[in-house]
Design a protein around this ligand. Structure first.
Ligand SMILES: [Zn+2]
Ligand SMILES: [Zn+2]
Length: 129
């Protein structure tokens, strides 16, 4: 039997997001983004922000595994996008309460649709002011 397994959602929240592997991966993501000359900004609302105030959202969990009892964070650079915590929350709520987005789309596509809805809502909000 292999000791390598794909983690479930509860392992992920209670374990992975608190693991040293994830914190190191997070730092590497921001360094690489900078090295590539790409902006450090929120992928949802588009505003520039310091990396310490942004969270990373997974477009693909393929790189996340447990080997033995150690978490491994081998996400590709483009499996992750940065967002403000509040924008990230909004994107998750949009994905999770929409059965089509939650189950019939890849996470990458579901996120793109949710981000488009967040932007639309932000524009409407600005026009009403
Ligand atoms: Zn934002
Ligand atoms: Zn997320």
């Amino acid at each position: 039997m292999s000791n390598r397994r794909a983690p479930g959602p509860s392992d992920y929240r209670s374990g992975f997001l608190r693991s040293t592997a994830w914190f190191a991966r997070r730092d590497r993501w921001f360094r690489k983004q900078d090295r590539l000359g790409l902006p450090i900004e929120c992928a949802a609302c588009g505003e520039a922000a310091p990396s310490a105030s942004l969270e990373l959202h997974h477009l693909d969990y393929g790189g996340v595994t447990i080997v033995g009892n150690q978490w491994r964070a081998f996400e590709r650079h483009d499996d992750l996008v940065a967002m403000h915590p509040s924008c990230h929350d909004l994107v998750h709520r949009l994905i999770d309460r929409d059965t089509v987005l939650a189950h019939q789309r890849t996470r990458r596509d579901a996120t793109a649709i949710a981000i488009a809805r967040v932007r639309e809502a932000l524009i409407t909000h600005r026009e009403q002011k």
